[in-house]
Each structure stands twice: as C-alpha cells, then as structure tokens.
Design a protein around this ligand. Structure first.
Ligand code: ADP
Length: 494
C-alpha cells in the first residue's frame, strides 16, 4: 500500500449515496437523506438516502420478482460462478478505493481494513463461487420400489442486516453463500458504515449479476431494518450485530411469517493465559492486538484477559507496554495501529464502561480516556483495567471498544468457571505448552471458536458462530450454506 495513493483517495469528494433497487440507484421515496459523519474528524462526508418502509418494500418486491422468474437461480452453475468470480476480481481491482471509502465512514485503521475488508470479501465471494457446483443433493437408502431424492433448493429472498465494524467482510459472509445458492438478497447496511458496502453492490451488477437479485437499502435500523424483519416476503433473515437488535429480529419473525433468523451477536471472549505459555512476551503482544485492533470493535475481540495468578503482575505490565506501543490516530495513515471509534455515541459508551469499571473496584493500568480530541475525531486510548471481578459489568457486558478487563485465576477449574460465567460464547483463547490442558480448555470453554497459543485470524475455511446469547448458525466455510438452502424431498414410486 502506498501512502500517496491513500492520500489522493481520501481527498476525493464522496458523492451522495442512494438505494440500489431493481438495478437502479433510487433516492428515498420521500426524498429524505441522512448525513454520513466521518469518525476521523467528526465532519460530514456526504449524505445517503434515509430509507422508508416503502423503499424496503420495493426492494423486497424486486428481490422476489427476480427469484420467481429464475433470472439468477435458473442460470447454469457455471454461469453463476463466472459472475461471482468476476465480482471478486472487481472487488480486488478496486480494493484500495473500497478500503479508503470504508475507512472514511467507519474509522478502522487502513492496514487492517485493506486486508479484512476488500481482501477478505473478494476471497469469500470466490470461495462460495468455487463451491456452488460442488454442492449436491442426496439419494436416500429407500426400499427398491421407491426413489427418495433430497434436493437442495435456494430459500428465496434473503434479508441481510450488516453491522458497522467490518461491513464488506461481514457483508460477503452473507452475500457469498446466499447468492451462490441462487437466492435473491436485500441488504441493509449499518447507518454509520454503508458506503463501501453500497459500492461493493454496484460492482456485483457490473460483474453481470442480473438487476433485482441484489438490492440494498440504506437508512435507520428501526425503520428499514424493522420493515425487513416484519416483511411477509423475506424467507430468511441473517444478521450480525447487537443482542438487543437480535432479539427484536426474532420477535419480528414471530409477528410476521416465522422467517428463519440467524444471529451472530456479541461476545465477551476470554483469553486465558497460563504460566506455562510457550512464549509469554508473544502472548502479551497478541493479547493486546486481540482487543485493541479496530478499537476493540471486533465481535471476537479478546475482551477478558484471565491470567494465572502467579504471573499476573508481570504479564499485565507486558500487556500494558504493548498497548502503549500501539499508535492511536488517523486511520488513513499507514503507521496507525488503532484508528477511530466508529461514532461519538460509541466513544461515550466506551468511556462510560471505564467509569463503571472503576466504580466497581477496577484499577486503570493504562488508557481510560479520549485522545486526539483536537481533531474532533473519535479516538480512545487502549485501556487496561485490572481487579475486574467475574461478576463486574466489565466482565459481563460487551463494550465493543478498546477496553480490556483483567481477572486472575488460580487453577484450570477456576479458569474454566470464570471463562464460562457470561451469557456469551463466541470466541476464546488459551496459552499453554501443556497439550492435555490445551485440549481440555478447547473442550470445556463454551464458545464457537477457541484459539490455542494465538488469537484471531481464523480464515474462511472454518465456521464462525456463537453459542448461548452469542447467537446461532454459522458464517464462513461450507457450513454457512445450510442457512441459504431448503431441503426438499421427492418420494418417487418406481
Ligand atoms: P450496534 O449496537 O453494534 O450498532 P445494532 O444491532 O444496533 O448494533 O446494529 C446492527 C445493524 O442492525 C445495523 O445495520 C442497524 O441499522 C440494524 N438495526 C438496528 N436496529 C434495528 C431494528 N430495530 N430492526 C432491524 N435492524 C436494526
């Protein structure tokens, strides 16, 4: 990546964004727009359509029509694969433009955004494009006078509601398998991170995806997201975001057509460090990166550090040193390690969590405050709080910010008990050179993904999904495909 190219792209005016409905860019039905504020400097970057219920209904109608006339699902698999492959190529060809546009409205540091956003989105789309002609139905072992066929059919119209932390990456986790299986999709990007995803949708049309197969409506979750949730014509709803919204989506489903709802919700992931870790210095660096990159706005962020009591003080000092060595600042500067918090609301919420942690007996080892306020951007120092009791707010509630709570433990049983003491179960980590202990921790810690002697970086070949209140269903890997198909039995008398 080249700083000059980034600087040129950041200086470009961002045009106003409108919906993508039936292959056309349309304003809101009532003409309303909303400001897109850049977290880099608190300035208005551009505007986008503030969607109405009518806009969402138009998008769903378009998706339904595209599904019913089989303009996409009816194409030979090789043709669909070609379009998706071309889309991935176009995302790659526009990678820096997409990454910079995304950083300008969501604030992630460019080093991470470039890899995690266009890079990973292109890889994901390609993965499912390659898979689409390798998914077969089945023949059941029936009696000789019967043929029992099990077809795998697309579900119809998929509604996808996307969060602001990694819009393109998470968008692709849903769009890749949904489109590969022949569905139509209506996308609802997050209020504070729509631009790159909307641009990525345009590239799908450029790649040859027929109009109407992919529609996207911008605006407020409580208006257009709710309309999607309550629609009688959306068959499956896929979501990544907060637990509160996830609950609402299940209610919308119950109040409308009982659509299938798949939720990837929050986490409070424990990173468990034993004194026998193979490399404590490495463990400390990774522990810091595991919570502070993208200002902690990562669903699998290692937000609870559980440290064996015998090494607690030294290890915490190492983590604090690693945190202080991370440069917070303008996310479009290549040397920045930690960019901006996505919004002022989120920044204030993060600071509130720190105040509560201190009121509940925690001690701030480093950070705890807003920084670079003179830029008017939303920046926060990476923060380490010790003395966090397992039942304290900081140990129980997802902050979604650069705040790490540290809790000591004495032995394996206590580590597992603390690790499992939240309502969440998304990710976790363990650092040990004892193979038996590593496997016991993988078995006993209740999560969807457990890292051993590393944290993060699990690629698209493996599923990601939570247990408990971290959600249901899986993104990534071939397992994600289940969400986007129906099984249909053909029972044939011979
Ligand atoms: P966060 O608190 O991380 O912003 P949210 O769950 O509020 O998480 O947002 C994730 C996505 O859910 C966004 O696209 C947002 O617009 C959408 N959303 C928020 N509220 C609702 C709602 N009531 N119905 C449907 N979607 C919603």
């Amino acid at each position: 990546m080249d700083q000059n190219k980034i600087d040129t792209l950041r200086a470009e005016l961002v045009p106003s964004f409108s919906h993508l409905i039936d292959g056309r860019h349309l304003p809101a039905s009532d003409g309303a727009t909303m400001d897109v504020v850049s977290p880099i400097n608190g300035q208005v970057l551009t505007t986008m359509a503030r969607g109405t219920v009518a806009d969402m209904e138009a998008a769903i109608t378009s998706a339904r029509a595209a599904f019913e006339d089989r303009r996409w699902a009816g194409q030979p698999p090789a043709a669909r694969k070609k379009v998706l492959m071309k889309w991935a190529d176009l995302i790659e060809a526009h990678a820096l433009e997409l990454a910079v546009l995304g950083v300008r409205d969501n604030g992630t540091e460019i080093g991470m955004a470039f890899k995690a956003e266009p890079g990973s989105a292109a890889g994901t789309i390609r993965y499912y494009a390659e898979a689409l002609d390798k998914i077969y139905g089945e023949i059941a072992p029936t009696a000789g006078d019967i043929l029992g066929l099990i077809h795998k059919e697309p579900v119809g119209v998929v509604g996808a509601i996307i969060p602001w932390n990694f819009p393109m990456m998470i968008g692709a986790w849903k769009l890749g398998p949904a489109l590969a299986m022949g569905n139509s999709v209506v996308l609802k990007p997050a209020e504070t991170a729509s631009l790159s995803l909307m641009r990525m949708c345009d590239l799908a049309l450029e790649a040859g995806l027929p109009p109407g197969v992919l529609n996207a409506v911008t605006g407020e979750g409580k208006i257009v997201g709710e309309a999607m949730g309550l629609s009688m014509d959306v068959d499956v709803l896929v979501f990544t975001g907060s637990g509160g919204t996830g609950r609402r989506l299940m209610e919308y489903s119950a109040r409308s057509n009982i659509k299938r709802v798949y939720l990837e919700l929050g986490g409070k992931s424990p990173n468990i460090v034993f004194a026998d870790a193979p490399d404590l210095a490495e463990a400390a660096k990774v522990a810091a990166a595991g919570i502070f990159r993208n200002s902690g706005q990562v669903c699998v962020a290692a937000s609870r550090l559980l440290v064996e009591a015998s090494i607690h003080d030294d290890f915490v000092a190492e983590v604090a040193k690693a945190a202080e060595a991370m440069r917070v600042g303008d996310p479009l500067q290549l040397e920045t390690h930690i960019g901006a918090v996505n919004s002022e609301t989120q920044l204030n919420a993060n600071l509130g969590f720190v105040d509560t942690a201190v009121a509940e007996g925690g001690q701030i080892v480093t950070g705890g405050q807003r920084v670079l306020a003179e830029t008017n951007g939303y920046y926060m120092a990476p923060t380490v709080v010790t003395g966090v009791r397992p039942d304290a707010s900081l140990a129980q509630k997802e902050v979604f910010g650069p705040v790490l709570g540290v809790t000591p433990f004495e032995d394996d049983d206590e580590a597992v008990a603390i690790a499992n003491s939240t309502v969440y179960g998304l990710a976790g980590g363990v650092w040990t050179s004892n193979l038996g202990r590593a496997h016991r921790m993988v078995r006993d810690v209740r999560t969807g993904v457990m890292h051993v002697n590393t944290y993060g970086g699990a690629d698209g070949t493996v599923p990601l999904g939570g247990v408990g209140q971290s959600g249901n269903g899986h993104d990534k890997s071939l397992h994600a495909i289940e969400k986007y198909i129906n099984l249909k039995t053909a029972w044939i008398k011979l």
